[in-house]
Write a protein that binds this ligand. Structure first.
Ligand code: SAM
Length: 208
């Protein structure tokens, strides 16, 4: 439902969850400072700005971090409600001006299944963050992640493998896949290396 304060997602018989991506949120702005794992995995910051396809954009949090690091980010999101919320956040970033608008200018959204885009286009890097089941204790601070799971559902590992194979053909430099720390890599070829943090792991597949 749409309220003056923004979109709310209501689980039947449950609590309403606010669904407002805010690229200006302090927690997200902190992620854009310093050398984060994601930026290292992508290889952002060295040389010319990278063209990145974020094939599973969700609410665009990772895409914003990459755009803030100077990447030109094309996002694909197939779920119409998630895509609407992402467009709303992009629009607010554009109208806010300043740094938010500058970063948002480097982000564009295609509302489609990435499987239909990947065979016909090339990017320096393809980034995949397929859905995976939420951890048992999902903190309130992670409510955006929780609502994504409610909308888009738990992912299918086999579908992730299909995306990986298509991404490897499209990427000029590398494919990066976000995984839970102890989950196996997506089915297909093994990653050349991984960067692991406490909450996530990035599997890196350089172009062969
Ligand atoms: C875990 S979320 C991504 C979260 C995102 N990295 C972020 O920072 O907000 C995965 C998203 O990918 C979308 N998705 C999954 N498979 C897709 C596909 N083949 N094409 C486009 N979107 C896809 C889902 O609808 C979901 O919104």
């Amino acid at each position: 439902m749409l309220r003056p304060e923004g979109w709310l997602l209501c689980e039947e018989g449950g609590q309403a969850v606010s669904l407002r991506q805010d690229f200006g949120a302090p927690s997200l702005q902190r992620r854009t400072q310093g050398g984060g794992l994601l930026r290292r995995a992508i290889g952002a910051g060295a040389g010319r700005p990278l063209e990145v396809l974020d094939a599973t954009a969700g609410f665009g949090t990772d895409a914003y971090v990459l755009a803030a690091a100077g990447c030109q980010v094309t996002m694909c999101e197939r779920h119409p409600i998630v895509a609407t919320l992402l467009l709303d956040a992009l629009h607010r970033a554009h109208t806010a001006g300043g740094k938010l608008a500058t970063v948002a200018m480097r982000m564009s959204l295609r509302v489609c299944d990435a499987c239909s885009v990947l065979p016909d286009t090339q990017f320096d890097v393809v980034y995949l963050d397929p859905m995976f089941p939420p951890r048992r204790k999902v903190a309130l601070a992670k409510k955006l992640a929780r609502s994504l799971w409610m909308l888009a559902g738990a992912g299918d590992v086999a579908q992730g493998g299909v995306l990986l194979a298509l991404a490897q053909r499209s990427a000029r430099q590398r494919v990066v896949v976000k995984r839970p720390p102890r989950a196996p890599p997506l089915p297909g070829t093994s990653p050349a290396h991984s960067l692991a943090g406490k909450l996530v792991r990035f599997d890196v597949y350089p172009r062969r």
